[in-house]
Design a protein around this ligand. Sequence first.
Ligand code: 5GP
Length: 120
Amino acid sequence: GTGPYDPDNIFAKILRGDIPCKKVFENEWVLAFQDIAPKAAVHVLIIPKKPYVSFIDFTKSAPTDEISGVMKSAGQIASDLGLDDKGYRVITNAGENGGQEVPHFHLHLLGGQSLPPFPV
Ligand code: 5GP
């Protein structure tokens, strides 16, 4: 969750367009796309366009307008997907103990079904 950003991680490649994704949403702050191995009926990954390893350096280093932009975007995406009425879950895994696999900060948006009790 800390340490230098690896510009060759899979989400960096998706951001560059080097590998494809199923895009859901894009604005100045974020790109959102379908998780390749969905854990729920809706499973969207929301990633900042700028290079942060995890929630750890994002919250330490990102300017507040970017933090706000990313979080507002996540809410908008959920709303656009029609999830507001029934609710949903937003998760971020940070670092080794958090089970983070891809070292580019991302939010998991899970919904479209009744989710099992946390943790999922
Ligand atoms: P983490 O464990 O880092 O929080 O979650 C990484 C997520 O990225 C996993 O849910 C995994 O299924 C997803 N993922 C890994 N590689 C790819 C990929 O190449 N494309 C997409 N769309 N999702 C990926």
